[in-house]
Design a protein around this ligand. Structure first.
Ligand SMILES: Cc1cc2nc3c(=O)[nH]c(=O)nc-3n(C[C@H](O)[C@H](O)[C@H](O)COP(=O)(O)O)c2cc1C
Length: 304
């Protein structure tokens, strides 16, 4: 018997493979491909205080080994999520975690309070790292004092597991990780997208309407691995790792670096089966290497 389950801040995940916010909708969109119950969890698309249309098109650009997006937290707001979406997804046989976003501390707090009331949501992921909104978003996640302040404000109202998603667009990821931990986070997730841009040389114009956008996909994996490894060593709370995970080998690398679970993001756009294939690949790796428990991989990187 191979054990794939992991316990993160008191929540048991049947396996450490989850899907990243903004890349897997609300999970229902993928039901034609596979049963979402096969995953450890689903991090749903960002939920904000009220309706947001997102940024103007074009807001996607393909790059070498990755993609740029500037979707900008498009969603219909927390009331709509609670009323329309939650009832449709609440009985999935996996953990649904809501990505909470905002422009002000008050907005984060208000959304967190409303999500706190939803019985089948065991955790939120506070998105203090979105590079694609004019106000708030990444601004919170790049300044240690502000990261701590918004985390603490949400901690005061949110009674379940508080995960905070970090921005890689900083000089010292461990400084932010420590600030967020001091603010009361239970779990850190990292990384969000890296700020980048793409230019159309013929038109001599930026490709994205917002000029800059967030880079994701294989191009960012080495940076994400480095940050997960640094943060895992710097704080005592669990880390969930993501950034360019395309297959089981990538996922295993994040576990070795210290991630207690992983999220699959851009890979879902290339292959809707990517996440569930990673579960199978992880199981095969453990069996092949005679490792009885996936927990034995977490932070097991040999550096001496
Ligand atoms: C189209 C798109 C939309 C995204 N929307 C969100 C979002 O709403 N909230 C969030 O925290 N991250 C969002 N992200 C970031 C991803 O969750 C993830 O952190 C990032 O893409 C890195 O992982 P990857 O390389 O596996 O895609 C989005 C990414 C993409 C590509």
């Amino acid at each position: 018997m191979t054990n794939l389950s992991v316990n993160i801040a008191g929540i048991t995940f049947k396996n450490p493979v989850t899907t990243a916010s903004g890349t897997f909708g609300y999970g229902e969109e993928f039901r034609d491909f596979f049963d979402p119950g096969k995953l450890g969890g689903i991090f749903v698309k960002a939920v904000t205080g009220s309706n947001r249309e997102g940024n103007a098109y074009p807001r996607m650009a393909e790059t070498a080994s990755g993609m740029l997006n500037s979707v900008g937290l498009q969603n219909k707001g927390v009331d709509h999520f609670v009323r329309e979406i939650y009832p449709r997804i609440k009985d999935f046989d996996t953990h649904i975690i809501v990505n909470v976003s905002g422009s002000t501390i008050e907005e984060y707090v208000r959304v967190a309070e409303q999500i706190n009331e939803l019985q089948n949501i065991p955790a939120i992921e506070l998105n203090i790292s979105c590079p694609n909104v004019k106000q708030g978003g990444m601004a919170f996640g790049t300044i240690p004092e502000m990261s701590e302040e918004v985390t603490r404000a949400v901690r005061n109202v949110y009674k379940k597991v508080l995960m905070v998603k970090l921005s890689p667009n900083v000089t010292s990821i461990t400084e932010i990780a420590k600030a967020v931990t001091d603010g009361g986070a239970d779990v850190l997730t990292l990384i969000n997208t890296l700020l980048g841009m793409a230019i159309d040389a013929e038109r001599q114009r930026p490709i994205l309407s917002t000029i800059t956008g967030g880079l994701s996909g294989p191009a960012i994996k080495p940076i994400a691995l480095r940050m997960v490894w640094q943060v895992h060593k710097a704080v005592k709370i669990p880390v969930i790792g993501l950034g360019g995970i395309m297959n089981a080998t990538d996922a295993i690398e994040f576990l070795l670096a210290g991630a207690s679970a992983i999220q699959v993001g851009t890979a879902n756009f290339i292959d809707p089966m990517a996440s569930v294939n990673i579960v199978e690949g992880l199981k095969a790796y453990l069996q092949k290497n005679h490792i009885a428990d996936v927990n034995d991989l977490i932070g097991a990187l040999k550096t001496d």
